[in-house]
Design a protein around this ligand. Structure first.
Ligand code: SF4
Length: 363
């Protein structure tokens, strides 16, 4: 059995860690590229949102490398994600890619529906081993988030352009290579040293922008056109409203781990602008604006893929929220036609606006 799964930013570090901990052979799709998107766009439904197209491209490319078993997340709710796995499976089958697909989703009737599916991948490994593997994978996701958070603070203050990106790539590799919890502890220390070795100007004034919106676009640098890097180079310290480890704790561990930031805070802050779930992270997008305004952020950028229903709902409400909280909010919608140059121009204009606003306030 050669198992694969689609990319979503650094998700691969965590899932690969989990599977390899259980001695399961993993075939990682090549890093998402223009080819991935071209494949997904060619074979995916035209009006599907971009994550489906990129997932499809990843699956085709992984199959070309010999993967035969595919893990996909399912779900239910107003957004289309819940039936992506089935749509992707049907498309792949029509194209002649024969995968065993294991869809992990909340069970309809009994927990045994889920455990049976997990067993398809883990075979006869004991549940104790599976739980240890999940814990290890979670620790990896925490480690990745920690170094990413460091990069957000370091990048706008770096003295040599691009140094933070190089350090981050090395740090992630250290975490990815760790094969046991003990190795991971040392890898995290080394990763932090690597990040701290980047020369910075700690006194450089920076603009603070929150990146909010749809989870895939927020976590995946290919689909968000490396927005964090571009903002960093414009002297902006960013924060993301969603991190992978927080999402895992909120949704898979049901908030069991205490002391970890939770998106629940955003949901609670969405009223009076939006008072109910609209699918995806639409509610969180609205609530996060007021949370970041209180934290002293200068502005927010909403990111989502073209045709994403929950974020379209949020987008229509955001101008009101921004006005009420005196927080400028810009929306960026991405699809297969988006280009980095156009986005950088819009980012420059937004950062310019925020800088002038800050200077105006200071005087
Ligand atoms: S949240 Fe939006 S982009 Fe994500 S699957 Fe749902 S509709 Fe598509």
């Amino acid at each position: 059995m050669k198992v694969t799964f689609p990319h979503m930013g650094y998700l691969y570090v965590c899932v690969k860690g989990l599977l390899e901990y259980l001695d399961i052979e993993v075939i990682l799709p090549p890093p998402t590229s223009k080819r991935t998107l071209t494949l997904g766009t060619k074979y995916g439904p035209e009006f599907a949102c971009m994550p489906l197209k990129l997932n499809l491209g990843n699956m085709i490319e992984a199959s070309e490398l010999g993967a035969d078993t595919l893990i996909m997340i399912g779900g239910c709710g107003p957004c289309r994600f819940g039936y992506y796995a089935q749509v992707e499976y049907a498309i792949l089958k029509d194209l002649g890619y024969h995968y065993n697909m294991v869809v992990l989703e909340p069970p309809d009737k009994h927990i045994s529906e889920l455990t049976t599916r997990i067993r398809k991948i883990t075979g006869n490994k004991s549940w104790v081993q599976v739980i240890k593997a999940i814990r290890f994978a979670y620790q990896k996701s925490r480690a990745v988030d920690e170094v990413e958070l460091m990069s957000f603070k370091i990048r706008p203050r770096e003295l040599v352009l691009g140094e933070t990106d190089r350090a981050l790539a090395k740090a992630i590799k250290e975490i990815d290579n760790a094969a046991s919890p003990q190795q991971l502890q040392l890898a995290l220390l080394r990763s932090k040293d690597i990040m701290n070795s980047v020369a910075i100007d700690p006194n450089r004034p920076v603009i603070k922008i929150a990146l909010i919106g749809e989870i895939y676009t927020l976590l995946d640098p290919f689909s968000n056109l490396n927005i964090e890097r571009h903002l960093g180079r414009l002297g902006v310290e960013v924060d993301r409203s969603i991190y992978l480890s927080e999402w895992i704790n909120d949704h898979l561990f049901m908030g069991l781990l205490k002391g970890i930031r939770s998106t629940k805070e955003y949901c609670q802050s969405a009223a009076p602008f939006l008072n109910h779930f609209v699918g995806g992270h639409g509610l969180e997008t609205i609530g996060s604006v007021s949370v970041y305004a209180k934290r002293g952020y200068h502005g927010a950028i909403q990111l989502f893929p073209f045709t994403c229903m929950p974020e379209i709902v949020a987008q229509s409400i955001l101008p009101k929220v921004g006005d009420a909280l005196a927080m400028p909010v810009m929306t960026l919608i991405v699809d297969e036609h988006s280009g980095e140059a156009g986005m950088i121009t819009r980012l420059e204009a937004f950062v310019d606006l925020l800088t002038r606003k800050r200077e105006f306030k200071a005087n």
